[in-house]
Ligand binder design. Structure first.
Ligand SMILES: Nc1ncnc2c1ncn2[C@@H]1O[C@H](COP(=O)(O)OP(=O)(O)O)[C@@H](O)[C@H]1O
Ligand SMILES: [Mg+2]
Length: 251
């Protein structure tokens, strides 16, 4: 029994079958990659896991509890966090101020941007923010405005903002899309560190095979909305069905 169990999930957009017969089990404390060509249904599947879409059929269970019908906020409270393709950070705030946002949210149950002004009284939260920044190696950048940082550092900050919530399952939708190679490698290193040091399960959607093969313990190939193959990375490389799925795409 996996930490995440997806059973017979189907989703249509009008006449288009975006997902059908999706069965997938993600084991605790592993990194499970979902790959597939453009339009395969990867983002749709992820959206079904975080309450942004409701599948037409099937079930999605996280630690034995259904996520279907719950709001994105409730699902987040259950221990599932998602990092989007574009970093969701506040460019006008410093690295440190950005970190305070999820910490306030965790303690008070609400995002309180205005509370940043009275932050100096929040000793416990400040310590928590600093500890997390140290863990992702960004403590020296705490006073930088996040808008001026590299994409790799923005991603690092976003990941830190996600991790202070102590998620059990981290969902990543193409975390290195549009990144230069140095930023991609920086993100791979961070994810490896997170995987090694935390009690966390990672499900990652990724186009960049270098990232996938650096991180994944298990890979599911999605094609036309259905899992085509699921196997260990060494068996996915060069698999004829996988090559067929990617036919016509440059990789
Ligand atoms: N909100 C939507 N309305 C209609 N069609 C959609 C919507 N979202 C995705 N699709 C379609 O569903 C299919 C799967 O899309 P998506 O999950 O974004 O694929 P991927 O992330 O693998 O590239 C595509 O054909 C896409 O055009
Ligand atoms: Mg997508």
């Amino acid at each position: 029994m996996g930490i995440l169990e997806i059973k017979d999930v189907g989703k249509r957009f009008g006449g288009l079958k975006a997902l059908s017969d999706v069965n997938l089990s993600v084991q605790e404390n592993t990194c499970h990659a979902i790959i597939g060509p453009n339009g395969a249904g990867k983002s749709t599947l992820l959206n079904c896991l975080v309450g942004k879409l409701i599948p037409d059929t099937g079930s999605v269970m996280f630690q034995g509890q259904s996520v279907l019908g719950r709001s994105p906020h409730e699902i987040n409270q259950m221990g599932i966090s998602r990092v989007f393709q574009t970093p969701e950070i506040f460019g006008d705030l410093t690295v440190f101020e950005n970190m305070m946002i999820p910490l306030f949210a965790k303690r008070d149950g609400a995002y309180r941007l205005h509370a940043i002004e009275s932050v100096s009284n929040e000793r416990t939260l400040i310590e928590e923010a600093e500890k997390m920044l140290e863990e992702v190696n960004m403590l020296d950048k705490r006073h930088m405005h996040s808008a001026s940082m590299s994409r790799g550092d923005k991603r690092r900050l976003e990941m830190a903002m996600c991790l202070v919530q102590e998620p059990k399952l981290l969902l990543l939708d193409e975390p290195t899309a549009g990144m230069a190679r140095a930023d991609t490698n920086n993100t791979i290193d961070l994810l490896k560190q997170i995987k090694d040091e935390r009690d966390i399960t990672i499900a990652i959607i990724e186009h960049d095979m270098h990232v996938v093969f650096s991180l994944a313990d298990r890979i599911t190939v999605l094609a036309q909305g259905t899992p085509l193959v699921e196997d260990a990375p060494e068996n996915i490389k060069g698999h004829p069905k996988v090559q067929e799925a990617y036919l016509g795409e440059a990789h």
